[in-house]
Ligand binder design. Structure first.
Ligand SMILES: Nc1ncnc2c1ncn2[C@@H]1O[C@H](COP(=O)(O)OP(=O)(O)OP(=O)(O)O)[C@@H](O)[C@H]1O
Ligand SMILES: [Mg+2]
Length: 266
């Protein structure tokens, strides 16, 4: 597939496939095209050239309802609305509270919601201001999971969640029946290592694909992105590469993203 914003190509002849039942990590420097790729996969946009096939069927020919019932996407900056927890998870979907709790459990945030004064009826505030960043991200994840998608695409969607909790969530997702296939745009080494298959994107191309060990061995860009920060220095995220080290072994050279977010339920 190829895709251009305003005539300027950001993805060039990208090909990738995600086997049913697998967990795929998409890794690459900032601005390399990961989010664009993620939004193509869930058909929020269509490629300019090439096609997205879902179960062998061209996604262009599927009805929006068919895509929506099979695929869920958690964007990099998920938005919560000034509504209750239930309203934010369901977004108009008609489901029993049990299904909402199940999704909150899978997103590892049920215990937080249980402690809110009104539980599912608690107001999250404007843009979820009553919750911490990591809690907001997990509510957004629950929003995707309550739809019981076959394919779940997470675009750096757990960056503010404590790395241990993030690993727990992903481990559960990759072994659960639904979603069967998980695509995760990720920076943290521990997260990436959970994937069966890794796609390394660089400047709008799939530069390499394989296992973590294979990519470490043969892909310099991947190696430097994933390993550069071991050791605990904090640093900046830079265009096209990694500037310094994050305390969490985070391959994003950005500000520390792990947030001790429990207890900030205000
Ligand atoms: N809506 C848009 N309009 C114009 N250009 C865009 C748009 N979205 C992304 N781009 C450009 O496309 C390129 C790829 O962006 P993309 O968001 O896919 O990168 P990314 O790999 O997800 O980066 P990050 O790791 O920072 O999230 C960038 O050069 C970006 O500036
Ligand atoms: Mg992105």
């Amino acid at each position: 597939m190829s895709y251009a914003y305003n005539g300027s190509d950001v993805l060039h002849d990208v090909t990738l496939s995600t086997g049913v039942g697998s967990t795929v990590a998409v890794v690459g420097p900032t601005g390399s095209g990961k989010s664009t790729l993620a939004t193509l996969m869930v058909r929020l946009i269509d490629p300019d050239r090439g096609d997205v096939l879902m179960n062998g069927m061209n996604a262009r020919h599927l009805r929006p309802g068919e895509v929506a019932s099979a695929v869920a996407f958690v964007p990099q900056e998920a938005l919560l609305f000034d509504d209750t927890v239930r309203g934010n998870v369901l977004l108009g979907l008609d489901r029993e509270d049990a299904a909402v709790w199940e999704a909150l459990e899978a997103a590892d945030v049920a215990h937080v919601v249980r402690e809110l004064p009104d539980a599912l009826d608690a107001q999250v505030g404007e843009r979820g201001a009553n919750l911490s960043g990591g809690q907001r991200q997990r509510i957004a994840l629950a929003r995707a999971l309550v739809r019981r998608p076959r394919l779940l695409v997470l675009d750096d969607a757990t960056s503010s969640v404590d790395p241990e909790v993030e690993s727990r969530i992903l481990n559960r997702l990759r072994t659960s029946e639904l979603p069967s296939t998980v695509v995760v745009v990720a920076y943290r080494r521990a997260t990436i290592a959970l994937a069966d298959h890794i796609v390394y994107v660089d400047r709008g191309r799939v530069a390499e694909a394989g296992s973590h060990a294979e990519l470490l061995d043969r892909c310099t860009g991947y190696r430097s992105l994933v390993t550069a920060y071991e050791g605990g220095r904090t640093g900046r995220r830079t265009e096209g590469g990694v500037a310094a080290e994050d305390t969490n072994g985070d391959a994003r050279s950005g500000a520390s993203t792990a947030e001790a977010d429990e207890g900030r339920t205000a």
